[in-house]
Design a protein around this ligand. Sequence first.
Ligand SMILES: [Zn+2]
Ligand SMILES: [Zn+2]
Length: 435
Amino acid sequence: MSMPRLLCLLLSTFPLSLAVAAPPRAEPVAAQQAAMVQWRRDFHRHPELGGHETRTAEAIARELRAMGLQPRTGIARTGVTAVLKGAHPGPRIALRADMDALPVKEETGLPFASTATSTYRGQPVGVMHACGHDLHMAILLGVARALVEQRDQLAGEVMFVFQPSEEGPDEAGAPFGARLMLDEGVFDAFKPEAVFGLHVWAGLPLGQVGFRSGPLLAAADEWTLVVHGRQTHGSRPWDGVDPITIGAQVLLGTQSLVARQVNIASTPVVLTAGQFNSGVRFNIIPEEARLVGTLRTFDTAVREDVIARFGRIAQDYAHAAGGSAELSVVNNAPATINDPALARRVLPSLQAAVGAGNVVEMPLVTVSEDFSQFANAMPGAYFFVGTTPAGADPASAPINHSPRYAPDEAALEVGARALLQVALDYLGGKGAPAP
Ligand SMILES: [Zn+2]
Ligand SMILES: [Zn+2]
């Protein structure tokens, strides 16, 4: 039997959709918009702090099961994953959404606003999806459903990763969600060759996507400086060692460090103190001062260099005054770096999804993201999705973490379309280097 006759027979025997291998498409995500809005509002109404996303995890697992997937739950306590196997062989990728809310009392006035409360580090707090992770979960569910519906045309396998505790756990110094998931072996059996994630962002108008090759988000370190002095009467400082003055000198020294000792032409550094605690009374020079702050960097070598210089400044100032100082640093997240080779493949996908004119190059952003933990384990790409509606100014609209952050829900479709296009193009081998 000749080939053309076989093809004719196949076409007449099988339904058209099987005979003609149409590539999977990103357009069907529009059909998920109503469901994404519903999921998003449900998550928004019921926010949970990092490490406590139990209701959220149950809702995600239920929706994944309803799609015919078999979710794995309980990873990093409340994380959820599920794997979709396409009908055809192909690469393995991971798509990630974060799940946690923030200790913020909502002030949006939305009909589905959160009234949830909890305790955070011993304080009673309101709880709100003020960072927009409710949209991330809804987008990933929408993308999952659009992919499940096209499973027959799909080549490769996709792991959907719902990650808890991106904003960090209740206990200071404890690992964040991505680190925990990796430590619990989230990718030990299913080894993705690339991971993709996104963040909704008030700093961009609705319809735009922000992207950048190389460093994008900062590494975040939490530092603690303890200065030991010698307690004495406030009227007779020469009888003791004043830890408050030493702490102030060290803090100013760190600002000179950033301005005078770092090559700011190559990479920015931010060193901020958020707490400076010492003493109980106006006329007692205390024994000790404690400063706590954050360090933001975009380069591993620069980070290590700044920490070493900070430690030397602290000790030298303290010793000069007859005291001593200890600096401890906990890394909450490494820098998020978009793998340059992967970024070259992702950019055309983003442009195809939202229009070339709507993909803007992001500047370096000094916030951090523990997506970087995944992107350090394999090539990763991460992009921003604008949420500020037409007519409002992204520069002054309430930003992520504000109690008034109210992203336009049309961003759900933009984000899902972009993520789906990125996934489909990668699975289809678009832009892949020749073997
Ligand atoms: Zn956040
Ligand atoms: Zn966030």
